[in-house]
Design a protein around this ligand. Structure first.
Ligand SMILES: *Cc1c(COP(=O)(O)O)cnc(C)c1O
Length: 356
């Protein structure tokens, strides 16, 4: 039996979107391939509220995170980590020989504005990374509050990991002044894993053109230049299957209406939060709760593996905690095309299994 996924990626994919993955191939150097990439870029611009260029990468989201820190750091990168995915960006910096420092907070907390201000004031950094939605802790960082602090510093390339939020939560990239906003297909966009997407500002382009050792496959400037040179093509062979499905899914997302989509995510989140507050406790800071997934403290010390096994028999799958939080928390994702009714069904089933 197929288990309906309530894990923070990959998510359930609508059958018609999945079917688009088996569209017959076209040449990746054809006009049709250019048209496909161009349509995707135009629609992603709407979803992310930007006029800047859109880059695609045949990799998961981590690929563009690695590409961004390497392609756009000249002096030093400051990684603001609020959990496992923030830490990953630090490890990427180190592994790529990029001078990188990491600034952390206790798990469950957002990035403090004062911390960003203090770090940038040192004048040692020219790129920063912020995790918008930390999937390990269920914290959603306040981009609107961070934006004016970061805007005080001219020289900074602002990279945002929006892998588990873009398409499910409003991110006004240009208004916020984000230079590189990164996501991938298998989370709130509702597609299979395998393609990453980012915005690439003029400021980021100018910076990358001054960086000498940007790597090859994940060189953001190379992705950008190919778009210019070959009218929206990709330097190597992209996952055309994902592109067919993404082109189609973006039509569905825009037809739903972005505000409707974001509001649906908020409603699903509120449902899960209320249930969690009544029966367990929320792991993340109440003021910074994620709209796309909820991390729940396992206050009843339930056997999470057993719960998931029993849910599996009923056709559902949720997620245990991430890394060191494995047994201390569990996570319910409510993103992409998941409906309020489906979240209610899941909760009813958990109540039934746990006798709540
Ligand atoms: C899933 C996730 C990633 C990693 O993305 P991949 O597509 O698996 O490489 C990075 N950051 C966050 C916040 C995520 O949720």
């Amino acid at each position: 039996m197929h288990k309906k996924l309530f894990i923070p990626g990959p998510v359930e994919v609508k059958p018609d979107v999945l079917a688009k993955m088996s569209t017959p191939m076209i040449g990746h150097r054809s006009k049709d391939a250019s048209g496909l990439q161009k349509r995707i870029s135009n629609k992603i611009r709407q979803v992310l509220y930007t006029e800047e260029e859109i880059l695609l990468s045949t990799s998961s989201g981590s690929g563009l995170m690695e590409g961004a820190i390497r392609s756009c750091t000249m002096k030093k990168a400051a990684v603001f980590s609020i959990g496992a995915f923030g830490k990953r960006w630090y490890e990427m910096g180190l592994a790529n020989n990029v001078a990188t420092d990491m600034f952390e907070v206790p798990m469950g907390k957002p990035t403090p504005l004062e911390q960003v201000d203090e770090v940038l004031e040192t004048n040692k950094y020219d790129l920063i990374t912020i995790t918008h939605n930390e999937t390990s802790t269920g914290v959603m960082n306040p981009l609107e509050e961070l934006a004016p602090v970061i805007a005080k510093y001219d020289d900074i390339i602002w990279c945002v990991d929006a892998v588990s939020s873009a398409g499910g939560s409003k991110i006004e990239v240009d208004k916020l002044g984000i230079d590189i906003c990164i996501t991938s297909t298998q989370k709130a966009l509702g597609l299979p894993p395998g393609l990453a997407i980012c915005t690439f500002s003029k400021k980021a382009i100018a910076r990358a053109s001054q960086v000498t050792n940007r790597g090859f496959y994940l060189d953001l400037l190379a992705l950008y230049e190919y778009i210019q040179k070959r009218d929206y093509q990709y330097p190597s062979t992209p996952s055309l299957s994902h592109m067919f499905a993404l082109d189609y899914q973006l039509d569905l997302i825009l037809a739903e209406g972005l505000d409707n989509r974001f509001n649906r995510h908020i409603k699903m989140a509120e449902l899960v939060r209320d249930w969690a507050r009544n029966n367990f406790a929320l792991f993340a800071d109440e003021n910074y709760l994620s709209n796309t997934l909820t991390a729940i403290e396992n206050t009843r010390q339930i056997d999470l593996a057993k719960l998931n096994k029993e849910l599996g028999e009923r056709g559902y799958q949720i997620s245990n905690g991430y890394g060191s939080l494995k047994d201390k928390t569990f996570r319910i994702a409510h993103m992409a095309d998941c409906t309020i009714g489906e979240v209610e069904d899941l909760i009813n089933n958990i109540n039934d299994v746990l006798n709540l």
